[in-house]
Design a protein around this ligand. Sequence first.
Ligand code: UCC
Ligand code: FAD
Length: 583
Amino acid sequence: NGTRELGAAFRTTEELFVQPSPSVNNQFEEDPLLQLYLKRHLPSEYQLTVFDELRRFGHRVSSELVSLHKECEDHPPRLNQYDAWGKRIDKIWTCSAWIKMHDISAEEGLIASGYEGQYKAHSRLFQVAKNYLFAGHSGLYSCPLAMTDGACKIIKAMDRTQVAPFSRAFENMTSRDPAKFWTSGQWMTERRGGSDVANGTETRALPLSEDLAGPYALYGYKWFSSATDSNIAFTLARVVDKDGSTRPGTSGLSLFYVETRQEDGLLNNIEVVKMKNKLGTRQLPTAELILNGTVAHMMGDVGRGVSSISHMLFMTRLHNAIAAVSSMRKILSLARRYALQRTAFGKLLVDHPLHVRTLTDLEVEVRGSLLLLLETARLLGLEECGQASEHQKHLLRIVSPLLKLWTAKQSIGVVSEALESFGGQGYIEDTGIPGILRDTQVLPIWEGTTNILSLDVLRSVEKSQGKTAMAILREVDNLMKSSRDADVELDGPRDRLTESLRTVASFLAGTNSEALSFAARDIAFSLVRTYMGALLVEHASSTGQEVDIAVAQRWCSKQLTFIGNDYSSTSAKLDKSILMDGI
Ligand code: UCC
Ligand code: FAD
């Protein structure tokens, strides 16, 4: 009897230890670097409003968006191709939380704030800061927002905000009214390839009138289309000449504007073939589409498709970086909270120096990326308001691919390491943590892979006759000079930066173009690391704070690696022998 009673007592779960879940707090209030950067760079007349607004939004994110984000993960989109009576409808169902994210995006002006000019040349910086607070908790609504910003940028940069039909799209995409707010897709990838669109694009555009501006009927197969529930899309196609032929290559590609639905609400001669079954980003509808006479309007000149869509690529790559840094910040915030509440070997995790060092190394990486992101946003704002110098314009051009390739790649490593800091819980789906890793894995793939963006860095150098490379190297020098007489503690980082700068510059100057392409990735990584080191050093010398100085020191001693590989043709041959050994 006594044993049975004892057994019953053991069976009770009431006394078992239950650990509290780590909470998401106000992400603005917990981000001193974001606050310090804004304090340093925003004119004083904007500071109060911007800080109040970001603090309010940070609170909305932690109180309202966390559960919506989870709902988006738990209820992924579905495709209903036929109705009960067999009629083809191709309806994409999305959950109510996804629709709510659409409404919140409009209300909060997540796109509008980039175009209203409330903070003049600092509007983009404000918009990026706000989207950074949003992205990691957005149920991946950050993806349609990225493409929507890209679509607005095309229309604005190509001066079509007052020209129908683009004017209506621009007005709706920059609206703060959820009932009006439109989003955009970006259909570039076809079956033959997504990096090399010049050889990959088979879609044809049949003119429906004599007027070159359109309309056209598009025929083709779009292999990837994310946020397929969007109202419009920009896409590439080849115009069919009078003799029925099309021009191959880049110069045969033109840019087209598509409204996905007709006035009657039916799809614009678009068939949704299937939804992609993806490793992550499952919240996001991504489909294969057949364009079967889709009515479209040309944007820009015939044969200038790639150049025209590069306006969109600029913005989506910036948003990719927002998502990458936001994900890193999110998981580290959770990991910090966890370290303050989880005990192992009789001590809180935060009292194990080894655990803290592991997380601190990640924190240093995130700070470098955040600084790079904010600085890019600041430069963009200056450029859009006509206040950027030639030097800053060249700098912005080369920093754009560097920002995307670096933050995307880094986010996977950081998120993976941070996931381990939760132990087994990091691997458990209902904590929401594994989803962060799955969703970051796509960031280096879409919007240009790491290699393609490394080659874009070289494209920028070649097109500008070296001016973009000069701009970034000179900027590193400027940043170091502006901090020269500050703290001696920064002498070490400055020495390493000087050495890094010299090595990259002499490599760029002394290498032929074939070897440069081969070395593109190492060049890109060396350039971005050096630039980030310089940003951190300048920031630290300006704030004079112990934490900022330590971050700059650690970054520079760990991250500044130099190009030293062999990029000869013999070495390239050897690569193939090693890789293909056994095939
Ligand atoms: O993946 C996609 C959407 C995913 C969902 C959205 C996520 C958003 C983030 C969300 C976060 C949560 S959409 C698909 C994205 N696809 C790509 O990114 C394509 C990647 N491939 C490239 O970027 C290639 O480098 C190409 C396509 C640009 C290469 O094409 P070409 O034909 O070899 O290009 P060319 O001949 O070098 O360049 C043609 C013209 C040139 O100008 P002109 O004619 O004046 O000499 C180039 O200078 O385009 C210009 N150009 C650029 N201009 C090319 N790239 C750029 C650039 N980056 N900036 C300015
Ligand atoms: P490939 O171009 O075949 O590349 C394969 C590999 O070869 C890559 O690692 C690449 O880096 C490397 N490589 C290629 N060329 C070179 C070179 N010259 N030098 C060195 N290395 C090279 N696309 C859209 O248009 N719209 C969308 O909405 C969209 N959504 C997507 C959603 C998801 C979830 C995913 C995964 C992809 C999406 N994409 C979309 C497609 C995406 O943009 C492409 O997958 C990407 O651009 C790569 O193209 P690819 O798949 O054809 O790879």
